[in-house]
Design a protein around this ligand. Sequence first.
Ligand SMILES: CCCCCCCCCC(=O)SCCNC(=O)CCNC(=O)[C@H](O)C(C)(C)COP(=O)(O)OP(=O)(O)OC[C@H]1O[C@@H](n2cnc3c(N)ncnc32)[C@H](O)[C@@H]1OP(=O)(O)O
Length: 225
Amino acid sequence: MGELTPGEREVRRGAVGELGEALRDLVDAAVRTEVPLDRLTEATGAARELTALLSADLREVHEIASVDDPETGERWYSPVYGPGSPVAPPMVVEDFPDEGRCVGRVTVPKKLEGPPGLVHGGVVATLLDHVLARSARGAGHGGLTATLTVTYRRPVHLGVPLVVIGQLVSVEGRRATATARLVAADDPDTTLAEGEALLVALRAERASEVFARTGRDVGAWTSRS
Ligand SMILES: CCCCCCCCCC(=O)SCCNC(=O)CCNC(=O)[C@H](O)C(C)(C)COP(=O)(O)OP(=O)(O)OC[C@H]1O[C@@H](n2cnc3c(N)ncnc32)[C@H](O)[C@@H]1OP(=O)(O)O
């Protein structure tokens, strides 16, 4: 699909979000179902039909979605916040660029379980990584995560509203550092997990190489975004 007009993009974003929500419901049912074997077989056939329907026109793996905005870095299929992603929890993020801060709200579903009833540790790291990079990005210091330290202080439960706060701490040339906390919405004083990251902005020529296969100008990952 070629580039969309702003109006077309808005309409398609709405449809992508609706499909994403339906697929998240499907994934939730798939990981919680205890229906008999014949129902599982029937569902497998229906899932394969749905795959064929969507596969009639697919992007290449490096291609950026027509609903995305590569300049701002907004990704409609982000595994963290993408409205179209079946695997995203999804997290809803509010940006406070003047304060170098962003605040994510998320309730982690069954599909992202680690120990029984608890959020997988890699998912906790992913949520923290997102707000760490995003707090810097929002303040104009786009970059890739070079180091990420996660401290798991308390078990994080599935199905509980969580708040994840990212805060840009310092910027020195192409390097930025940020810190993040994850808390339960109803107990904001108890830290469940915390993160610290070094984010390094790509040099412009390196960004051109890294993102060459997307065929687009991806400005959001350099310090000039
Ligand atoms: C709106 C939506 C917001 C979305 C947010 C999404 C968040 C997603 C975040 C991610 O998942 S990013 C993906 C995971 N990360 C990567 O794939 C990064 C892979 N690593 C690299 O590409 C390079 O190693 C890296 C860009 C991090 C650094 O390579 P460079 O060649 O640009 O670094 P260079 O060697 O020139 O070093 C630049 C500076 O950073 C420092 N540095 C680099 N890596 C470091 C490191 N690992 N530890 C400490 N310092 C480091 C280095 O010392 C130097 O400091 P100085 O400027 O003071 O000399």
